[in-house]
Write a protein that binds this ligand. Structure first.
Ligand code: ADP
Ligand code: ADP
Length: 225
């Protein structure tokens, strides 16, 4: 049973005069449902590139991506967009919430886009906000929330459609250590409860050490950290 499988992923950027930069050089990765894996690497090592390819936001030069056993990398843009919407959740360093909408609405909107009824989407959004301790802020806009609350709402939005895979790029990188801890604890608990697979890029070795496995991206290949 595999939630996310990357096989032989390569990606190079052509930078013109200095030539080609090979960012990923044959990346293989299997994530089982319920597994939380840390991706540790210095900046510039290709973490964002890898997460974007795993989340179908970018295409590799070679190699394949499978999500929940479905080979998605070779599918049409339309299919890939649907798989991304229904099966992949993203959390970034910055929350990227929509500023004109409330916390609740930010968690409801992706569900409406996936075809869910408003009443059902509201209930799911409220349950998620409650699970991370921000239900009392449901009616507030992102600017009215603290940094920790914003990231917890972003986490709820990522999980709103019940994805098989959560991809996070430095989800606590912008937060002070205490706030980072509350956000990370919420993330761990929700991931454990829902049984999805998570790949979490972080510079924080203490947080990485609390995940199930630690992988290092080094010279374009993944190694056990
Ligand atoms: P990380 O997330 O680990 O900091 P990135 O995946 O963002 O690393 O970038 C890896 C390398 O690829 C860097 O050298 C970066 O400059 C280069 N890179 C990333 N995206 C592009 C792009 N669109 N065009 C050219 N080079 C890029
Ligand atoms: P967290 O640990 O989640 O980051 P903080 O300690 O930063 O929380 O904030 C404590 C309380 O102050 C929270 O309930 C938060 O909603 C409120 N708060 C923080 N910043 C703002 C703001 N800019 N506007 C309104 N309320 C805020």
């Amino acid at each position: 049973d595999v939630a996310l499988r990357l096989s032989g992923i390569t990606k190079a950027y052509n930078l013109g005069t200095p030539g080609v930069v090979e960012v990923l050089r044959g990346v293989d990765l299997n994530l089982a449902p319920g597994e939380i894996v840390a991706l540790v690497a210095p900046s510039g090592a290709g973490k964002s590139t890898l997460l974007h390819i795993a989340g179908l936001l970018d295409t590799p030069d070679a190699g394949s991506v499978e999500i929940s056993g479905e080979a998605v990398s070779a599918q049409s843009d339309r299919v890939r967009t649907a798989v991304r919407r229904d099966s992949v959740g993203f959390v970034y360093q910055f929350h990227h919430l929509l500023p004109e909408f409330s916390a609740l609405e930010n968690v409801v909107l992706p569900q409406l886009a996936a075809g869910k009824a408003r009443r059902e989407a509201d209930a799911q959004a409220l349950a998620l906000l409650d699970a991370v301790g921000v239900a009392h802020r449901a009616g507030h806009r992102p600017a009215e929330l603290s940094g920790g609350e914003q990231q917890r709402v972003a986490l709820c939005r990522a999980l709103a459609n019940g994805p098989a895979v959560l991809l996070a790029d430095e989800p606590t990188g912008n937060l002070d250590p205490e706030t980072a801890e509350t956000v990370f604890a919420s993330l761990l608990r929700l991931v454990r409860e829902t049984g999805l697979a998570a790949l979490i890029a972080t510079h924080n070795l203490e947080l990485a050490g609390r995940m199930d496995r630690q992988l290092r991206l080094d010279q374009g290949v993944l190694t056990v950290a």
